[in-house]
Design a protein around this ligand. Structure first.
Ligand SMILES: Nc1ncnc2c1ncn2[C@@H]1O[C@H](COP(=O)(O)OP(=O)(O)O)[C@@H](O)[C@H]1O
Ligand SMILES: [Mg+2]
Length: 309
């Protein structure tokens, strides 16, 4: 097997997306009608892999699903997009992870996840790639324990590395010592950056993360993204969009950012491509339906750049 552009390691599951949910759903065996429901590919790693394949990268996902129809849905959706799923294993007993996302008032959402087979996900090695990206650190404790070693192995073979921890349901936000030092780019959103660094501002968070030996790239929703490099702070605006659904925007950002890096390595352009892919992904329900192809992402990034002048 040749070298992939991108190997993504982490979570894959169906997302059941409910639009128009009440802030607090009524219990007591009550049935509540909502505006819409969508079944979509979910899991941060799976959405990144899907987005990267859409952008033309030779992409493999390393993950685990169950021997159930949810797992078949995940595999079929990824394979149809051109993602190599030969390293997605099927757990013999545990079910595929599943997320229900309740879209409530004012664009807020509640995310309910059963991690199923991901709780014991324990990949020993990764296929060769130009870049290795890991997602949803806190949902996969065994992967978390192994990730520093996997990143170091990947780097020894010439790869660069990145991590999008996503949220920590436990609220502890502890990363293994040495992990960020083995990680070229950390890709949190704003609240995750503050929690991981135990600081009170994005500037402080970026300084703290950079002090651990990574390049922090912080996603700021409609405000775009910001990175701290050795040369200073680099920002990219997001293009004004009217979001249909922001699920997976951060993951689509990751795909665009990594595709930009792998296409020449310029961080400013990578940030702009990330913002373009994040913004475009909000155009449809779910994380993957509105992910752009490369030409569309480039055109949108260019347009946003001109508007931002
Ligand atoms: N409302 C929005 N308008 C324009 N771009 C957006 C919007 N929401 C998200 N994005 C884009 O998607 C990226 C990731 O979204 P964000 O909400 O910050 O991350 P996450 O989904 O991980 O919480 C942002 O950096 C931005 O480029
Ligand atoms: Mg995210």
């Amino acid at each position: 097997m040749g070298t992939f552009d991108l190997v993504v390691v982490g979570d894959a599951n169906p997302d059941v997306l409910i639009a128009g949910a009440p802030a607090v759903p009524a219990y007591g065996q009550t049935e509540t009608l909502v505006r819409a429901g969508t079944l979509a590919l979910g899991g941060s790693a799976a959405i990144v892999a899907h987005g990267a394949a859409r952008l033309g990268l030779a992409t493999a996902l390393v993950s685990v699903v169950g021997r159930d129809s949810a797992g078949s849905f995940v595999l079929d959706t990824l394979a149809s997009a051109g993602v190599d799923v030969s390293r997605v294993t099927r757990h013999d007993e545990e079910p595929t992870a599943l997320t229900v996302c309740l879209g409530g008032p004012d664009g807020d959402r509640a995310i309910l996840t059963a991690t199923g087979a991901l709780a014991s996900f324990d990949p020993r090695e990764l296929p060769r790639a130009r870049h290795v990206h890991a997602a949803s650190y806190f949902l996969q404790p065994r992967l978390a324990g192994r990730l520093t070693g996997l990143f170091r192995d990947a780097r020894d073979l010439g790869a660069t590395t990145s991590l999008d921890t996503n949220h920590d349901p436990s609220g502890r936000w502890n990363l293994a010592p040495g992990l960020l030092g083995a990680c070229d780019y950390a890709l949190p959103n704003e609240s995750e950056a503050l929690a991981l660094s135990r600081t009170g501002s994005v500037a402080q968070a970026m300084a703290a993360l950079a002090g651990s030996g990574t390049t922090p790239v912080v996603k700021r929703g409609r405000d775009g993204a910001v990175a701290l490099t050795e040369g200073g702070v680099v920002t990219a605006r997001s293009h004004p969009v009217d979001p249909v659904d922001t699920v997976g925007a951060g993951d689509s950002f990751d795909a665009g950012f990594l595709a930009g890096l792998l296409d020449g390595g310029d961080l400013t352009r990578a940030l702009a491509l990330g913002c373009a892919c994040g913004a475009l992904s909000t155009g449809a329900a779910g994380g993957t339906a509105a992910q752009p192809a490369w030409e569309q992402a480039l055109a949108f990034a260019r347009q946003g750049h001109e508007e931002g002048r």
